[in-house]
Design a protein around this ligand. Structure first.
Ligand code: DGJ
Length: 737
């Protein structure tokens, strides 16, 4: 692994044993892209033949008449100087010009990786894990010094990228666009996969053809959103789960973003991703610096399963920072769907006691414990306990829960405020609101102006008071509305285009302070379910609530889609009551559990309310999950069959040593009189014999080449498993690797 600079050719070759990324300096001085893909020889000099020669309608510089910028592959292209595709950045100078030209000046190569001030980013545990290349570029006229950062990782086919813009001139310029990544491709024979949805159906995978024009996804909600996730896969058309080339791109950011793919008239593809340039205007005064969020580029030649396994491992090792990093996550019981805000201490303890009897490890008190919070209309912002409900406070309740042998967790929603709250009455100017205009409410609440440090300070002080006086092991950080009327009251007009970004930086800063003060706490992020599920959040909160939709059938799709870009250990997945609150659907408790296993696993119901028979099953599920959680959460995941394509879906996890595996198949609807359907397993040791569910043993090659039937012979014509049913296969082998 490393970075080689070929001085004569002016080329940088970043490589490890899987990938190469090659950068060259173009004739006009800007930084060009030459290659990203499977490793090639690092002493090979790459030739860029396509930019040579004058073509009609192309505009070339006199001194480099032979070089056509609009045909070039570029790393951080400018606006207005001959490349007509989407630029990576745009700045407005004080003379009104937006024309810029960044020219390479120098570079620096060093082991390890720097942190990005105030932003989440992948990090090294030891310096030898990665090598970083910094490329310094200058636009002398604008006084703009831009450093492009590239990190290549020893153990992953991953490149991390971001940029720093430094004003070295004498006048302020305004950054209107600053992408984290621009990736040019030689051809456009690609599709991309986006992960889209809405509340209750987050991150459904969708493939889009990229053959003509522009395609983009974005968020302008102030959070990464359930509509589109800041993760895309650019793949060859024949790439499937098991074979073919693909590049994953994550933006490590939780605010407004845009990902754009553009194919030009020469049949080339450009992908850019970064902070959404819509209503982004960041004045950079002389001497100031601006950092873009980080982007991650992940590569595979072996299909989407392999890409996801790289991503899972990378995020688990190089992004998650918690003491729970790499550890099995506590099995929790959350009271939200059982009580909503209607509870008192005894009601809560009754639920917790039953959880303890079932074997759960952590009890989480959700919304409704603070201020005058009896419904959605009041209380947010008043982070002191409601003693009418909890006379002995969070301290008293947490002690009682601890006395049961359970850890105690607490829900907060620190970015919001209700009109009916002491905080809002004292500080009406602390909310985002446009002057002289009506204000939109979401769930009857307003958004606090986290671009103001004094607001973040005040919330921190209130939360510190609660958390430091009780024994809290877990925090669920919720966020239940998007940002509208984004305007910071009292801030100058010139600052208003910075507010969305400053807001999310304020959120990050509060996370950082709470983590520093309470390093042992496990954070779970949440945004009306999974509306802020992104790589940036994972830096602070190693797990995220996938969706408010806890219906088993819906969860198969949500968790399956989420698994493309995020690890199983990050996916909050709970079993809730049946019929399900969101869909009214009835699914057996064991089937609900088989789906929640592929996640952090927990319960979201009152276990006192289920039958004795179901309660016994819950106890068994918890015993099972305690034995296998590391396998589920950190094993290699294989998506075998998509619930979006077939009636019977399947996925499996395999341990690193390939001795253990668990397969779950899930059937949507029972169909009579069907043929025997088989699913071929993946990732096993072909030469090892696996005992299946404690019964017969079968060779790994048979399981992978012939497969397992998804229903039993005689029963398949009529009495097959019912609608919304699942099967679980536990495979054990004595042979290592
Ligand atoms: C939305 C979350 O997604 C739910 O799990 C729950 O915490 C509610 N908010 C509480 O208001």
């Amino acid at each position: 692994m490393g970075v080689i600079f070929h001085k004569t050719a002016q080329q940088f070759h970043l490589f490890n044993n899987k990938i190469s990324y090659v950068i060259g300096i173009c004739p006009d001085g800007e930084v060009g892209h030459l290659y990203f893909g499977k490793r090639i020889h690092e002493d090979q000099i790459l030739v860029d033949e396509q930019t040579r020669g004058i073509r009609p309608l192309c505009c070339n510089r006199k001194e480099n008449e032979d070089y056509t910028k609009e045909l070039a592959m570029l790393e951080y292209p400018a606006f207005g100087n001959g490349d007509f595709r989407s630029p990576a950045y745009e700045v407005q100078q004080d003379n009104g010009s937006r024309v810029t030209n960044l020219v390479y000046v120098s570079h620096n190569i060093y082991p390890g990786k720097k942190r990005i001030p105030g932003l989440p980013a992948s990090y090294v545990n030891v310096e030898t894990e990665a090598t970083t290349l910094e490329l310094r570029c200058l636009d002398e006229v604008a006084g703009m010094d831009v450093t492009l950062f590239y990190t290549i990782w020893e153990n992953y086919p991953v490149i991390s990228r971001y940029a720093k813009i430094h004003n070295v001139g004498k006048t302020t310029f305004v950054i209107n666009k600053a992408s984290s990544v621009c990736l040019d491709f030689y051809d456009n024979e690609y599709e991309w996969m986006q992960f889209e949805g809405a509340w209750g159906r987050e991150r459904y995978p969708k493939v889009r053809n990229l053959s003509t024009g522009s395609s983009s996804i974005e968020s302008m909600r102030g959070h990464s959103s359930a509509s589109y996730n800041p993760f895309v896969i650019v793949k060859r058309k024949n790439t499937d789960e098991h074979m073919g080339e693909a590049i994953g791109i994550h933006l490590v950011y939780s605010g407004n973003f845009r990902a754009k793919a553009e194919t030009d008239m020469y049949g080339k593809l450009r992908v850019t991703m970064g902070i959404n340039p819509r209503w982004f205007a960041w004045p950079l005064a002389p001497g100031e610096e601006f950092y873009t969020p980080e982007a991650l580029l992940e590569f595979t030649q072996n299909g989407l399963n392999d890409l996801s396994q790289t991503i899972h491992s990378f995020l688990n090792h190089q992004m998650v920072r918690s003491p729970y990093k790499g550890k099995g996550r506590p099995i929790l019981l959350n009271n939200w769907e059982a009580t909503e805000m209607d509870f008192d201490e005894e009601k809560i303890l009754r639920i917790a006691r039953k959880g303890q009897e079932a074997g759960v490890e952590l009890f989480v008190l959700d919304d409704g414990w603070f201020g005058k919070r009896n419904d959605d209309y009041a209380g947010l912002g008043d982070w002191f306990v409601n003693t009418d409900k909890l006379p002995e406070g969070i301290k008293g309740l947490s002690e009682k829960v601890n006395a049961l042998g359970l850890q105690f967790g607490l829900w907060i929603e620190p970015e919001m405020v209700n009109e009916d709250s002491d905080l809002y009455r004292a500080h009406p100017d602390w909310v985002l609101a446009a002057p002289n205009r009506p204000r939109s409410l979401g769930r009857h609440q307003m958004v606090l102006d986290y671009s103001k440090p004094e607001v973040v300070d005040a919330i921190y002080d209130m939360l510190y008071q609660v958390i430091s006086t009780a024994n809290i092991s877990y925090i669920k950080w919720d966020m239940n509305r998007s940002i509208t009327e984004c305007y910071s009251q009292g801030a100058p007009a010139t600052e208003q285009g910075t507010i969305y970004h400053k807001y999310i930086k304020g959120v990050y800063s509060l996370y950082e302070r709470l983590i520093a003060a309470f390093p042992e706490i496990l954070f779970e992020s949440c945004a009306s379910g999974g509306a802020r599920f992104d790589a940036g959040m994972l830096y602070y909160a190693p797990q995220a609530w996938c969706s408010d939709d806890t219906d088993g059938h819906e969860r198969v799709k949500i968790q399956y889609g989420t698994s493309y870009g995020y690890p199983i250990a990050s996916m909050g997945a709970h079993i809730s009551a049946s019929p399900n609150l969101q869909t009214g659907r009835d699914i057996a408790i064991d089937d609900r559990a088989n789906i929640a296993c592929f996640g952090t696993f927990g319960y979201e119901l009152d276990l006192n309310e289920i039958s004795e028979e179901e309660f016994q099953k819950v106890k068994e599920q918890i015993v099972f999950m305690k034995e296998y959680r590391e396998l589920f959460q950190y094993g290699n995941l294989y998506r075998l069959r998509s619930p979006f394509e077939k009636n019977i879906a399947a996925w499996m996890v395999v341990s690193e040593d390939r001795k253990d595996a668990i397969v779950v198949t899930y059937k949507t609807l029972k169909t009579p009189n069907v043929g025997i359907d088989r699913i071929k397993l993946q990732g096993l040791n072909p030469d090892a014999k696996y005992r299946i569910n404690g019964g017969q043993t079968t060779y790994g090659d048979y399981l992978m080449e012939v497969g397992i039937p998804t229903q039993d012979g005689e029963e398949s014509w009529f009495y097959s498993d019912g609608d919304f049913s699942s099967r679980k296969y536990i495979l054990k082998s004595e042979v290592t690797n």
